[in-house]
Write a protein that binds this ligand. Structure first.
Ligand code: ADP
Length: 167
C-alpha cells in the first residue's frame, strides 16, 4: 500500500523513516538536518561508527544503511544517498537504486511501515515531477510487503506525487 501525506517525516511513528543523506553520513541540511536535530546525537554517533568501520569512504550514491532512530518516534532511520541532478547525464537509475536499496534494508529490519521523503528533490535539485515519477514507479515495481508512506514537505511536492500516482 502506498500513501501520500503532507508533513514532517521526523514525526512519523513508523518502523523506519528514510533519510535523504549525503555520502559522508556526517550531517547535512534539509531532511537530514531535521532528522539529526529531532533524533538527537545518537544517530550521528552510529553514523560516525559506520564511517570508522564498514564505510570508510562513506555511503555510495544509491546505497542505503540503517541506524538507530535515537529520540524519534520511528524505530529505525535508513540513510540513503540520492544522486545530484545533472541535466547532462541521466542518473535516474541511481535515484531508483536509492529507493530500492532502502526497501531492501527495511525488509532486512523486518519493517512493516516505512516513510520516505522526496529523495534528491531538495538541495540535490531533481525536478519534482520527475523525482515523483521515479519514486512511485520504483516503489511499485519492488512490490514490497511494507506499507509505504511518502511524507511530502510542501503542497507543491504533494501535488506532484498525487499526479504521478494517478498516472
Ligand atoms: P536531497 O539532498 O536528496 O535533495 P533534501 O533534504 O534537500 O535532500 O530534500 C529532499 C526533500 O525533503 C525535499 O522535497 C525537501 O523539501 C524535503 N524535506 C525537508 N525537510 C523535511 C522533513 N522534515 N520531512 C519531510 N521532507 C522534508
Amino acid at each position: 500500500m502506498i500513501t501520500l501525506v503532507r508533513g514532517d517525516i521526523t514525526t512519523m511513528r513508523v518502523d523506519a523513516i528514510v533519510n535523504a543523506a549525503n555520502n559522508s553520513l556526517l550531517g547535512g541540511g534539509g531532511v537530514d538536518g531535521a532528522i539529526h536535530r529531532a533524533g538527537g546525537p545518537e544517530i550521528l554517533a552510529v553514523c560516525r561508527e559506520l564511517r570508522a568501520t564498514v564505510l570508510p569512504r562513506g555511503l555510495p550514491t544509491g546505497d542505503a544503511v540503517a541506524t538507530t532512530a535515537g529520540r524519534l518516534p520511528a524505530k529505525h532511520v535508513i540513510h540513503t544517498v540520492g544522486p545530484i541532478w545533472d541535466p547532462s547525464e541521466d542518473r535516474s537509475r541511481l535515484l531508483a537504486s536509492a529507493y530500492r536499496n532502502s526497501l531492501r534494508v527495511a525488509d532486512e529490519l523486518g519493517a512493516a511501515t516505512v516513510a520516505f521523503p522526496a529523495i534528491s528533490a531538495g538541495v540535490y535539485g531533481w525536478p519534482m515531477d520527475d523525482a515523483a515519477r521515479i519514486a512511485l514507479a520504483t516503489v511499485r515495481e519492488v512490490n514490497a510487503s511494507a506499507d509505504i508512506t511518502f511524507v511530502l514537505f510542501s503542497d507543491a511536492t504533494l501535488t506532484a506525487f498525487r499526479e504521478a500516482l494517478g498516472r
